[in-house]
Design a protein around this ligand. Structure first.
Ligand SMILES: Nc1nc2c(c(=O)[nH]1)N(C=O)[C@@H](CNc1ccc(C(=O)N[C@@H](CCC(=O)O)C(=O)O)cc1)CN2
Ligand SMILES: Nc1ncnc2c1ncn2[C@@H]1O[C@H](COP(=O)(O)OP(=O)(O)OP(=O)(O)O)[C@@H](O)[C@H]1O
Length: 200
C-alpha cells in the first residue's frame, strides 16, 4: 500500500477506536489525563493556554477550563481561518463568547462581524498549546486529523523567537508502535495520555 493510503487507513482505525469508548471510559480517561496535566510545570506556569473542544471521541480536556480560570489563566480555542483555509487562529474563550460551528461541525468562537479582533492572539504569544492527537508513538511522533492545520500554524516554532510549549494529548488506545515521520512535522515538547507522559 502506498504511504499516504497507509496513513489514511491508520487514521481511520484510530478515530474509530476512540469513538467506540463508552461514556464512563471517556470520563475516566479525561480525569486521569487532566490530573497528569495539572502536575506539569509547563501547565502550572502558563498564562495563555490554547486547548480544544472535544470532537470525534477526542479525549476531553475541558475540565481544565474552570481550573485555569480560577488561576487567572486565559483560555483560547482554535478557529479555522475563514480566508486561508489551512491555518488556525486562536481566540479567547469565556463563558459569554458567541460560538458557531465550523465546516467540520466543531464549535468555535464566532469570528463573523469582527467582534473577535480584540480577543485574538498570535500563535507565538501563547505559552501553552494542548494539541488533540489521532495517534502517537513512544518516540513522540504524532498524527493529527490530516488537515495539517497545527503543523502549518506552528511551523514557526522551528525558528528562533518566542514560541509556545506544545503538548499533544490523546487516549492511551491511540498509541501505535511506530508512526512514519514527515518533514513538516512540528516537534512536541511532550505527549500525555491517560496512562503515560512521553518526553521526546
Ligand atoms: N476538537 C478539535 N478541534 C479542532 C481540530 C481538532 O483536531 N480537534 N483541528 C485540528 O486540525 C482543527 C479542525 N480540523 C479538522 C480536520 C479534519 C476534520 C474531519 O473530520 N475531516 C473529515 C473530512 C470532512 C470534510 O472533508 O469535509 C474526515 O477526515 O473524515 C475535522 C477537523 C481545528 N479545531
Ligand atoms: N508547514 C507546512 N507547509 C505546507 N504544508 C504543510 C505544512 N505542514 C503540513 N502540511 C500539509 O498538510 C497535510 C497534512 O499533513 P499530515 O498528514 O502530517 O497531518 P497531521 O499529522 O494530521 O497534522 P495536523 O494535526 O496538523 O492536521 C500534508 O499533506 C502536508 O503537505
Amino acid at each position: 500500500m502506498p504511504e499516504a493510503a497507509r496513513r489514511q487507513a491508520l487514521r481511520r482505525t484510530l478515530r474509530r477506536r476512540r469513538r467506540r469508548l463508552s461514556a464512563s471510559e471517556q470520563r475516566q480517561a479525561s480525569q486521569a489525563l487532566c490530573r497528569r496535566l495539572r502536575l506539569m510545570p509547563e501547565v502550572r506556569h502558563a498564562h495563555r493556554v490554547a486547548l480544544y473542544l472535544p470532537n470525534d471521541g477526542e479525549i476531553d480536556v475541558t475540565p481544565l477550563i474552570a481550573w485555569f480560570r480560577r488561576r487567572n489563566v486565559r483560555v483560547y480555542l482554535p478557529v479555522l481561518q475563514p480566508l486561508t483555509h489551512n491555518r488556525l487562529w486562536f481566540v479567547r474563550y469565556q463563558p459569554a463568547t458567541p460560538m458557531k460551528r465550523n465546516r467540520f461541525g466543531i464549535a468555535e468562537p464566532d469570528t463573523r462581524h469582527g467582534a473577535h479582533r480584540a480577543r485574538r492572539l498570535p500563535a507565538w504569544a501563547l505559552d501553552l498549546v494542548l494539541l488533540p492527537l489521532v495517534g502517537f508513538d513512544a518516540r513522540g511522533q504524532r498524527m493529527g486529523m490530516g488537515g495539517g492545520f497545527y503543523d502549518r500554524t506552528f511551523a514557526f516554532t522551528q525558528r528562533l523567537g518566542p514560541r509556545p510549549r506544545l503538548i499533544g494529548v490523546a487516549h492511551e488506545i491511540q498509541h501505535v508502535r511506530e508512526l512514519p515521520t514527515a518533514s513538516w512535522d512540528v516537534p512536541l515538547n511532550a505527549i500525555v495520555s491517560d496512562a503515560r507522559l512521553i518526553r521526546p
